[in-house]
Ligand binder design. Structure first.
Ligand code: ZN
Length: 124
């Protein structure tokens, strides 16, 4: 299982290549922004998070099923991640950023992914 903030995990690479193909320039993991978004488009004031379903608690997703052993440990840990994600997104929005969250399980269809990202980046 991957850590929460693994650098350059596969889904992130995939999203970056899509954004690149769409002709946008971006920065990676800007550490001065809440939650260190995976992709930052400063000119458009937009950020994209690529979230692993398990660690970030994708609602109603089979990949986010919690382990049955050490139940209390996992509940505490994973709930804390979810709270932190919400807080970070809230802070970013307060600072005028538009935020997109992409879930790992929804990336298999590359064309659909490209269209979703395209739509998000075109929004004014
Ligand atoms: Zn999922």
């Amino acid at each position: 299982m991957a850590r929460v903030k693994n650098k350059d995990t596969k889904p992130e690479v995939k999203v970056r290549s899509v954004v690149h193909r769409l002709g946008y320039r971006f920065r990676k993991n800007r550490t001065d922004l809440p939650g260190r978004p995976d992709i930052v488009l400063p000119r458009h004031r937009k950020v994209i998070f690529v979230h692993g379903c398990f660690w970030h608690g994708h609602p109603n997703c089979p990949r986010a099923a919690r382990p049955s052993s050490n139940e209390a440990f996992w509940r505490k840990k994973l709930n804390a991640n979810i709270v932190r994600d919400r807080k970070n997104i809230h802070l970013l929005r307060e600072q005028g950023w538009r935020v997109m969250v992409l879930w790992e399980c929804r990336m298999r269809d590359e064309k659909a992914l490209l269209n979703r990202i395209k739509t998000f980046l075109k929004e004014q």
